[in-house]
Design a protein around this ligand. Structure first.
Ligand code: ZN
Length: 272
């Protein structure tokens, strides 16, 4: 039986109807959160020896149903996935007041999401209600250590852009899964460690190499000059590009190392 669980926030209202959570234009919190939670579970179960459950992917459970399910399952850790609203930017994660383990999970999760997307890290937080108890019922009313992840702000375009595609949802889910695994010391499956066959699968034929043709070129957290600078590369260095994206008329390439993205525009770099 699984010891941990990813939970999707929202999906069903108290009266039984559909609850999309926060919305912004056509974007709905529940629909994005469910995909992030799915990718978190997929990555976790493919990579680590222990397995994670996924609750409320189909939106069939109201908050109290989710709490009851968690308390009937004997988990030692649960994470409920949400998107924030209210016009801020960045990622934050709530844990139960006084729970040091919860603080560790929440800190690892926000560190990972902030670094994968190059967004503000609002950090691990505690929120109390007027009685001095944890504000969020999914943390307050459940037995395991629980966290509530406010991945990014749905109503801030630059945040929403990060999770509004399957690629972004996957990156977010994987960032969460890796943080949870690190915080609990989960052991990697032997077959998930690099092996020739695994490496082969991860390098599709469309990958190509580029040579840096200017003195210094910034590595950015995502494609586009609006994103945070996370490092630099230097003249004559050669890199493998595993994904490309166009921002305006400029093509950007994702470095195979996972360090970030560089501009593929001449005269900064050239394909070799
Ligand atoms: Zn929410």
């Amino acid at each position: 039986m699984s010891k941990i669980c990813f939970i999707v926030g929202h999906g069903k209202s108290k009266s039984g109807g559909y609850d999309p959570g926060a919305t912004s234009g056509t974007a709905q919190e529940f629909k994005i959160a469910k995909e992030i939670a799915k990718y978190a579970q997929q990555y976790y179960n493919a990579t680590y020896q222990e397995q994670a459950d996924l609750i409320n992917y189909d939106g069939s459970l109201y908050l109290t149903d989710r709490i009851n399910k968690v308390n009937a399952s004997g988990y030692d850790f649960v994470a409920e996935i949400h998107l924030n609203a209210g016009g801020g930017t960045g990622t934050e994660c709530y844990y139960s007041s006084g729970n040091n383990k919860g603080n560790q999970y929440a800190t690892a999760i926000t560190d990972n999401i902030a670094s994968v997307f190059g967004i503000k890290n609002r950090g691990a937080k505690v929120k109390l209600n007027s009685s001095g108890k944890d504000y969020f019922a999914i943390i307050r009313e459940t037995d395991p250590t629980g966290v509530l992840i406010e991945t990014v702000f749905i109503d801030t375009a630059s945040d929403l852009d990060k999770v509004n595609t399957a690629v972004g949802q996957k990156r977010c889910g994987e960032a969460i899964a890796k943080a949870v695994a690190a915080a609990r010391g989960a052991e990697t499956k032997p077959e998930a460690l690099s092996s020739p066959s695994h490496t082969k699968q991860e390098i599709p034929a469309k990958n190509f190499r580029v040579k840096i043709t200017c003195d210094k070129l910034n590595i950015r957290a995502d494609a586009g000059t609006d994103n945070k600078i996370v490092g630099t590369v230097s003249k004559s260095e050669v890199f493998t590009i595993v994904e490309t994206k166009k921002v305006g008329s400029v093509e950007w390439g994702r470095l195979k190392s996972g360090a970030g993205w560089i501009s593929l525009k001449a005269p900064y770099s050239k394909r070799i």
